[in-house]
Design a protein around this ligand. Sequence first.
Ligand SMILES: Nc1ncnc2c1ncn2[C@@H]1O[C@H](COP(=O)(O)OP(=O)(O)OP(=O)(O)O)[C@@H](O)[C@H]1O
Ligand SMILES: O=P(O)(O)OC[C@H]1O[C@H](OP(=O)(O)OP(=O)(O)O)[C@H](O)[C@@H]1O
Ligand SMILES: [Mg+2]
Length: 281
Amino acid sequence: MLRVAVPNKGALAAAATEMLGEAGYRKRHEARDLTVLDTVNEVEFFFLRPKDIAIYVGSGELDLGITGRDLALDSGAPVEEILGLGFGGSTFRYAAPAGREWRAEDLQGKRLATSYPRLVRENLKQHGVEAEVIRLDGAVEISIQLGVADAIADVVESGRSLRQHNLVAFGDPICVSEAVLLQRAGTEHTRPKDQLKARLQGVVFAQHYMMLDYDCPRSLLDAAIAITPGLESPTVAPLADADWVAVRAMVPRKEVNRIMDELAETGAKAVLASDIRACRL
Ligand SMILES: Nc1ncnc2c1ncn2[C@@H]1O[C@H](COP(=O)(O)OP(=O)(O)OP(=O)(O)O)[C@@H](O)[C@H]1O
Ligand SMILES: O=P(O)(O)OC[C@H]1O[C@H](OP(=O)(O)OP(=O)(O)O)[C@H](O)[C@@H]1O
Ligand SMILES: [Mg+2]
């Protein structure tokens, strides 16, 4: 039985559960359930605090885990990423009161509040900066206002929290993060692990692509195929009207509207875009 850790709450929990559901795994009934046994797929899911997940996976107690790259790095646990999951994107950055230019070197001798002390200490070391790191559990942005810190290092997603507290981010991002699938560093491939990875990869991939279907005059087929070459080669099927064909091809989701415009201009008709739920390539 494969043992897999999943965030039980917080910023990653809903998307992780959703993705596993799309990949065909059993969902938990109650948000408070801490384990789910999926006997059909022979996987047991453990719903744990995202901060703790790399520790369980790194110790070898659990085979795989989903958590944030930044959290995994901060744990210091011996884990390795086997797949980026494309959600929970953020940067981890230094920030300080607006109104002056800040550089990482300006943190020398300052008090720096963060929920990710290991990640910050390692980054300060790389800059040759000595600062007092104050570990807080959350709401880090307010610590400067409350007088316990001079600067912070925190997760930035939209930047709204920083703006609300009149803080500006500075320096290169300490970490560019997303949700990742982890295993203990150096462990071998196994069939059950590879299968779960392939299923999640299928969902991640499906989210980045759409399926386009359209009808096209046979005389314009080459031009249409140049616009939608597909991953390998598009499917072209005959229609009842011998002068027309039906075409089906995968296209990147981000480009779907531009591609539909181009197809319509070229002379394609009935251009339909649809979501792909999962795939194996
Ligand atoms: N807006 C966001 N706020 C917090 N974390 C985010 C955000 N966007 C992405 N993340 C990522 O989610 C992970 C943090 O998850 P966690 O569950 O600890 O967050 P949280 O919602 O702040 O939970 P908690 O309230 O327990 O602190 C990190 O990998 C972080 O990079
Ligand atoms: O750039 P933004 O879109 O504003 O998002 C980033 C903020 O969201 C998170 O806080 P959260 O709401 O999880 O509260 P917490 O600090 O108590 O964890 C994170 O710690 C930042 O404070
Ligand atoms: Mg938080």
